[in-house]
Write a protein that binds this ligand. Structure first.
Ligand code: NAD
Length: 270
């Protein structure tokens, strides 16, 4: 597909955490849909390989999303190479297990730093460039852990709930500038984060969910692409759940048994 065709033709997109997993899938789809793509990550080798694969339409930029000075430099590099920035996907994220009573402060700060502060720094850095272009689209990647409580991952849950709030606040604030801000809430996705060192292989013991499987990264990329494109031109402050039905309702056998008993009791009462 040529640069003048596709759902993102003419747009410049910066994607964090794009050296693997969902970010990589987004970078590849965005390029196929006509965008110029900045692949930003701390993983230089993997990021450079993807950029080389995508050719002249891609640029790798080393970025630790917690580094406010690097953010400014990377936006400047995108503007210099491609003329501006229209789309930011705040996708970079880390996960450190630990409950309320046992998570170390260092791990708590690390997760909040990348997932929450990184998202804030990204939005702050990109807004001037988007204002220059007369608008833009920001997509923040939260999680179903930003919708309900999950035990033993207190920092991750806190950071993903924060993304939900920041997305709404930014949408209200930036709407008049033509900048749309939406959040995506993935359920389990078969990446390194779900199964370290074995992306694509779903670990045992995943709780059941209605669609019965984890997502492929491309299934998230499709929704993110929609939110980055003009197809979603009236969406802002939105919350897009891509979770195979995880948050639709509980699926535990005890719940099913209880529902059946309640239905039987209702029938006999009629
Ligand atoms: P992943 O671990 O494969 O990818 C995360 C990427 O972020 C990696 O490339 C990593 O190098 C990068 N990254 C980490 N710290 C960084 C930093 N400080 N600066 C820049 N880049 C950094 O996992 P993924 O599943 O592709 O995760 C993408 C997003 O989706 C994350 O925000 C994650 O929290 C979220 N998410 C994942 C799942 C899942 O089951 N995999 C579920 C819900 C939400």
């Amino acid at each position: 597909m040529g640069r003048s065709e596709g759902r993102l033709a003419g747009k410049v997109a910066l994607i964090t955490g794009a050296a693997r997993g969902q970010g990589e899938a987004e970078a590849r789809l965005f390029a196929a849909e006509g965008a110029k793509v900045v692949i930003a990550d701390v993983l230089s080798e993997a990021g450079q390989e993807i950029a080389a694969d995508l050719g002249d339409d891609a640029l790798f930029a080393h970025l630790d999303v917690t580094d406010e000075q690097r953010w400014v430099a990377v936006i400047d590099a995108a503007v210099e190479r491609f003329g501006g920035v229209d789309v930011l996907v705040n996708n970079a994220g880390i996960f450190r297990p630990g409950g309320v009573a046992d998570q170390t402060l260092a791990d708590y700060h690390a997760v909040i730093g990348v997932n929450q502060v990184g998202c804030f720094l990204g939005m702050r850095a990109v807004v001037p460039a988007m204002r220059t272009r007369g608008g833009g689209a920001i997509v923040n990647i939260s999680s179903v852990s930003g919708i309900y409580g999950v035990p033993n991952v207190i920092s991750y849950v806190a950071s993903k709930f924060a993304i939900r709030g920041m997305t709404r606040a930014a949408a209200v604030e930036l709407g008049p500038d033509g900048i749309r801000v939406n959040a995506v809430f993935p359920g389990p996705v078969a990446t390194d984060m779900l199964n370290p060192g074995k992306p694509g292989i779903v670990p045992d013991g995943l709780p059941p969910l209605p669609l019965g499987r984890a997502a492929r990264p491309e299934e998230l990329a499709n929704v993110v692409c929609f939110l980055a494109s003009d197809d979603s031109s009236f969406c802002t402050g939105g919350e897009f759940v891509v979770d195979g039905g995880r948050t639709a309702g509980p699926m535990s056998p005890s719940y099913a048994v209880q529902s059946a008993l309640e239905s039987a009791a209702l029938e006999s009462a009629q």
